[in-house]
Design a protein around this ligand. Sequence first.
Ligand SMILES: Nc1ncnc2c1ncn2[C@@H]1O[C@H](COP(=O)(O)OP(=O)(O)OP(=O)(O)O)[C@@H](O)[C@H]1O
Length: 544
Amino acid sequence: MNASSSPPAGAAVNGQATAVELAGITKRFPGVVANHDIHLTVRKGTVHALVGENGAGKSTLMKILYGMQKPDEGTIAVNGEQVTFHSPADAIARGIGMVHQHFMLADNLTVLENVALGSEKLYGIGAGARRRIKELSERYGLDVRPDVLVEELGVAARQRVEILKVLYRGATTLILDEPTAVLVPQEVDALFDNLRELKAEGLSVIFISHKLGEVLSVADEITVIRRGTTVGTAVPAETTPRQLAEMMVGSELPTPETAESTVTDRPVITVDRLRLEAAGGKALLDDISFTIHAGEVLGIAGVEGNGQTELVDALIGLRHADSGTIALADEEITGWATRKRREQGIGYIPEDRHRHGLLLEAPLWENRILGHVTERPNAKGVWLDPKAAQEDTRRIVEAYDVRTPGIDVTAASLSGGNQQKLIVGREMSHKPRFLIAAHPTRGVDVGAQAAIWDHIREARREGLAVLLISADLDELIGLSDTLRVIYNGRLVADADPATITPEELGSAMTGAATGHLEHEEIPDTPADAPEIRKSPESPEDEAR
Ligand SMILES: Nc1ncnc2c1ncn2[C@@H]1O[C@H](COP(=O)(O)OP(=O)(O)OP(=O)(O)O)[C@@H](O)[C@H]1O
């Protein structure tokens, strides 16, 4: 690891020419210096990782490079030439492409339409575009078929379409913002293969991630940002995850392992034969049954889009079951509205924090009230108590280390990870009996992730029941007492978190998706073996 230094624009570093050079970048927001004198040099034909704790300034820097924001100070050079970007169109024209964390494809259009629309001038929208897509797909091993509908594609395939879309527009430097957060291990490996293809062709990739193991396996170079400024660069071969974490946050790498079991025999939430249908009668959830006891974390593993969202919606009351029941302790709550469920002790960390978790344009303290309008300390009797809510927001900001200049700034002005910490803090503060946690640490750095795990573990010790949905399989295995696999709206398998590996779990998830789990000869599994067992599917099995 070295202190960062910046060679002159366009100079060859270690024999390779520079693709992008950011020098002396400073960007201020009211009350915050998001970037301060940042230096970043990305060489051609390399993967350059950008790491740093939540709020360190990574997204801001990338928005500057992509023309979405203007720096207050500093310069940008692309291929040795100094440039000024007024919009993403300017950046694209210089070969900078960005693949956002939230995919931006239209579901009801084909791949070809998604890729070609808006860039008709390049290859038209017919045979020329199709040819170009096939060409790019083959050259970089992206396996993208131009004529399928995007809605038919899984998460990993959509991501490859997004990558192809920026390549189609002529990108030679690709910015990937936490691209692996939604992928299972096998898909991560496949993505990394794609990145190697890109490198081999002389393209450059800027890779933002909180998963330090992945960063070390895929990056050629790493730049570490801390509190808005570059604190150094690291070479993966000479660096351990621990060193990298220390450079970022000054603390040791945490592990999510659950210590002793705290599972009791007291059911907190019981779901029985839940079925939820789409408008045409197609089952979105079918025959879902489980019980979570006080002190138990039930983890649900699955490739995104297999019913997780619908399950969470049914539990929090955003959608109502077509048949089956949900009970909280002894009380049936199937017909209850969301507010009543929350008031009676169901906490909710939503998967999409922007849609369900926050009012982005409202100040933090109003966001602290969101979803808990009638509860203490936000309300006293029938009246809102803004003062108490504000005071409690300060407490949450402190306890959950939400990096912010104050509680009056809008939620939109917080970095993604800090928004997440605020939501987790809010939900945990109401001491729920049952917590629905969808990707509770998505986008948060290793230090904050450890802190959130600790909060969940502590509440679990005190009897909290948790339904955990996470694409982070280490988190899922580490925190869960019980694991089930969801596929196509059904719980098809279960696994023992004490013995299963992320790779095995990933295979089960994708294996199920291609039907392998259904057809495999699976012996009766002894308790200490790591295999996945099929879950009871018939009523007789269920009764066992
Ligand atoms: N539009 C904005 N207005 C005000 N402050 C902002 C704005 N955008 C970012 N900030 C602040 O700038 C700092 C850097 O945020 P940024 O989003 O760049 O961090 P990050 O490293 O990407 O974090 P994360 O890992 O959580 O995504 C934070 O303190 C954030 O609150």
